[in-house]
Ligand binder design. Sequence first.
Ligand code: AMP
Ligand code: MG
Length: 701
Amino acid sequence: MRFDTIVVVDWSARSAPSPERPTKDAIWIGTVRDGGEAEATYLRTRHAAETHLVSLLERERKDGRRVLAGFDFSFGYPRGFARGVTGSDDTLALWAWLEEAVEDRPDNANNRWDVARRLNALFPGVGPFWGCPAGEASAELPARGTERRGHGLPERRRAETLLPRMQPCWKLYTTGSVGSQALLGLPMLHRLRQRFGADLAVSPFEPPERAIVLAEVFPSLIAQAIAARAGPDEIADRAQVRVLSEALARLDPARLSGMLREGDTEEGWILGLGHEDALVQDAPLAPPPLSDDCFALPPGVDWTPVEDAFAMLRARLRPVVGAGIVPLGDAAGRVLADDVIAMRSNPPEPNTAVDGYAFAGSAGQGAEVILPLVEGRAAAGRPYAGTVPTGHAVRVLTGAALPAGVDTVVLDEDTRADGARVAFRGPVKIGANTRKAGEDVVAGGVALEAGRRLGPADLALAAAVGLGDLPVRNRLRVAVLSTGDEIREPGSEAGSGQIFDANRPMLASLAARWGYEVIDLGRCPDDRDELRARLDRAAVEADAVLTSGGASAGDEDHVSALLRESGALAEWRIALKPGRPLALGMWGGVPVFGLPGNPVAAFVCTLIFARPALGVLAGEAWREPQGFDVPAGFEKRKKPGRREYLRARMRDGRAEVFKSEGSGRISGLCWAEGLVELEDGERHVRHGDPVRFIPYGSFGI
Ligand code: AMP
Ligand code: MG
């Protein structure tokens, strides 16, 4: 059984969030989907990493994809330890014990020294855990390993005796220590086990025939390959997760399954130990990211309803671009590659929403209230330093942090003040006119979800919760090509029988509006060799191709003919007007959307099909355009069997449609401000009947 996704996690025992700028000795997660290149993600806290992992695993499980997740800390301890703690040799019961004992906050603050002392106390003598900052050291947790005696446990696991350079898990502090990472990692793994239940197995304690398998990994097993394959300035931890996840993804599935069963079911085992050669072999990289039968239709299907076409696209497409980190200021319009976890609450502290006077709410409950004022005031950015005594009030200005001792604000306009006292009518509701810390977003929570195209509001939120950089998908590269012997370059000469290329500028500008990098493949005559050469170029330079024209089944319909020839065509006769047919196929591993030549049909098909499909390829969640039910300002009879889109606009609260449905009338696209969607069945629309209007804005144009 093969894995669809390989994840490798470099864990960290830091006690505070790691810096915003990606760095070493922090949490890095490498993810490889379908044998492609790894995506490396940097996370500042264990909490953020856990959220990331949970959402990744949930997503893959939902899509029916099998995941192997490797973690670089020991899953177990030397023989006898689990029994000494829980009374049983079951290491997974030890995980549960640790999950109970360890407290690990969203900002990485944790109680691991206490937990180590508690564990040591369960064994005679001194140890086995050792290593801590000077202030924490005592006989219960010695600072030096040599101070330990009589705890009765082996120093190393069997796997570790084979790897002398690996540090024993008892060492919790200073150079190269891994013990703290396990103490702070195993509780997280236990929570994953609880969450995913029978869908998850832990190697080698449980058989690996499950949708999600967790395993211990040790990147240094392939240290040389990592050094050889790391980028020139690549952060070491990043290179480790990237190279190891790619190496695991390239392994023969049967061999990997065998490795997952090996080892010691009490102490745990390091995945791949003894198989280093297999791990570093230079097997060919990555099959094409999407399979050639990606667009295949079930046999015998004649006309595909629009909703079925959507469902197939949704199920088969997935992101084909990698990700990186960019400064917040450059992230507008990009697709968020990971959930954004709030590093700081918004607002970070309680503050006042108005100019006025703040006091402890209990003092403002009478009908007429007069309170003495303390000296000084609180303004935004200039907090009041002292504590306001109960029964006193302090001058506050909008945005100021609430001084200690107060929780309620009365509005300026509702008061009289003489410099020494303030008078107002009560009772004032406790907490009035204040904003609570975190009332918008709480630190550690998900502020923005992966798959979102970042808009101005998203940048504001990401900035407010403390981010300076954002993980975004690389821009999808979309190639645009027009086909047809009759097509001439806009602005050039055109003779009889010739027309100007209207589709290419339109498609290129749609793709650019949607945030993609446009690759102009120009015009191509109805010549199969020439077209083949253009598509070959597109397969190298682009992530997706939009062609127009030549998509039907006629003699001069070379786009469909070529895709058919390559074995990767699906002629999607979608039951939609205007628009049929649409040729969807794969060329050199790159999806090709063969749009109709007709500009109106090309436009509608691009909005309805290519837009959500490109979005998924670019890393976005599938998006349906938002429509509104409005009264019709027209009358129309429609036959059953296909969905129709009419060029439309809103006037006087009603949807008007363009005077002609002729699919060559480009002016109607300009006249319109959106589309009216008429459902697949038969319909007689009369004036005032509700119809669904989808403004152009809902398509992001
Ligand atoms: P086809 O799908 O190639 O049969 O083209 C259908 C109709 O669309 C024909 O009338 C073509 O001339 C027209 N057409 C094809 N490509 C373009 C284009 N790039 N710009 C404007 N019209 C086009
Ligand atoms: Mg043509």
